[in-house]
Design a protein around this ligand. Structure first.
Ligand SMILES: [Fe+2]
Ligand SMILES: [Fe+2]
Length: 397
């Protein structure tokens, strides 16, 4: 029986009743009447004050038209934020519906073989890659959750945008749980792994770059009617959607997918396949929102600053790749990693309407899209036999 006052505690009744006990809406929460002077755990409903007819009738409820969707704006809107429809941005609602087709928890995936692989089948160099990828990702996903929840979502002035972002906040938390589940299951030293980004300069510099872009919008007093503040916000969101999620996350899982291709750490890789599907949607949504802001607010970004942002991200990725892949592993190299970053960066830049930041970059991991794309028929003999999607097809990119 669920104790409504203390839902995480198993009640004594539960233990006696065994697993067959069920919660029924029609069953009172307390089955045995308490003694006369024994405190009851059932909360009494608060007394409801009688409505004050004078104050109710004075509320301005009449002659107010519903929100006109044409008046909505992504930011700086003045319409009622609590009216979802009619939509101005029906695509944002579609993202929300699409995101809800993707359900899993890290507990759904069997990690037993990963424990064996880590202890007996990975080389020292492969362990180095595995641990540092997880170390980077744990920090990054908490940063992502905080950025979208605390810095971006509150600036939106249309509820259909905020609702998808609320889902995104949850997904970032779920991703952090996933890494934690991997770290805990494999038996890694948690405090050492979580602290690694602060003591390994090559990981730290990548997080610091993200912080320098994102911290500047982590304030509620930003005036987005101010041209400079608006430009800074757009650049920060561009960095977040286009680079942080669209390239660094997208590309960040590939060293583990390379292990998976050799039959190693398949449980972890499957967890990352689930996360990657979310991140593709996050990046795509962020890019679309940024473009909509640029259009509505008539923002003109400086192309030199945009190119500088791509080059900074590239330099940070090169340092990171040189560290995690300082010693080669079979089937994956730092050249593969950086080449694929540049190839994906060009793709994101095109989506954003930027000039090509890395002309001539070619795909160095031609297997990545297929490897990351999870389908039941492909996944049938893997660790989990249920489908990732519970609804219609997701567009992959
Ligand atoms: Fe995430
Ligand atoms: Fe994300």
């Amino acid at each position: 029986m669920l104790d409504w006052d203390n839902p995480l505690e198993e009640s004594a009744t539960d233990n006696e009743a065994g697993p067959a006990a069920t919660v029924s809406d029609s069953t009172p929460a307390v089955e045995t009447a308490p003694a006369a002077n024994e405190p009851t755990s059932v909360a009494m409903p608060p007394s409801v004050p009688e409505p004050d007819s004078a104050s109710v009738s004075s509320l301005p409820t009449a002659n107010i038209a519903p929100v006109n969707p044409d008046d909505k704006r992504v930011i700086n809107g003045m319409t009622d934020i609590n009216q979802l429809a009619p939509f101005k941005y029906p695509w944002a609602w579609e993202y929300f519906l699409n995101a809800n087709k993707n359900h899993w928890t890290p507990l759904d995936i069997n990690m037993a073989q990963d424990v064996h692989d880590y202890r007996h089948n990975l080389t020292m160099e492969e362990r180095h890659v595995y641990e540092n990828v997880l170390s980077y990702l744990t920090t990054s996903d908490i940063l992502a959750m905080r950025n979208i929840g605390l810095a971006v979502m509150e600036k939106m002035s249309a509820p259909e945008l905020q609702i998808y972002q609320a889902r995104q906040v949850y997904e970032e938390a779920l991703h952090t749980w996933t890494y934690q589940h991997c770290i805990e299951t494999i038996g890694l030293d948690q405090s050492e792994i979580y602290n690694r980004y602060r003591v390994v300069p090559e990981i730290n510099q990548k997080i610091q770059l993200a912080n320098s872009r994102l911290d500047s919008i982590l304030r509620s007093d930003i005036d987005l009617r101010d041209k400079d503040e608006l430009e800074n916000f757009v650049m920060a969101y561009t960095f977040f959607g286009g680079i942080f999620e669209g390239c660094w996350f997208y590309n960040g899982f590939s060293p583990i997918f390379a292990l998976q291709r050799r039959g190693l750490m398949k449980g972890t890789a499957e967890q990352l396949q689930y996360i990657m599907r979310d991140e593709v949607l996050h990046a795509s949504f962020g890019i679309r929102v940024v473009k909509q802001i640029i259009k509505e607010e008539n923002v003109k970004l400086d192309p030199r600053k945009v190119q500088q942002m791509w080059e900074e991200a590239d330099a940070a990725e090169e340092i990171y790749a040189s560290y995690i892949l300082r010693d080669p592993i079979l089937g994956y190299s730092k050249e593969n990693h950086l080449g694929q970053f540049r190839f994906i960066a060009n793709r994101r830049a095109k989506q954003l309407g930027h000039a090509t930041p890395f002309p001539g970059a070619e795909a160095t991991l031609p297997w990545l899209d297929e490897q990351a794309n999870m389908r039941k028929e492909k996944n049938f003999f893997e660790t989990k036999v249920t489908e990732y999607q519970t609804g219609g097809a997701l567009k992959w990119d």
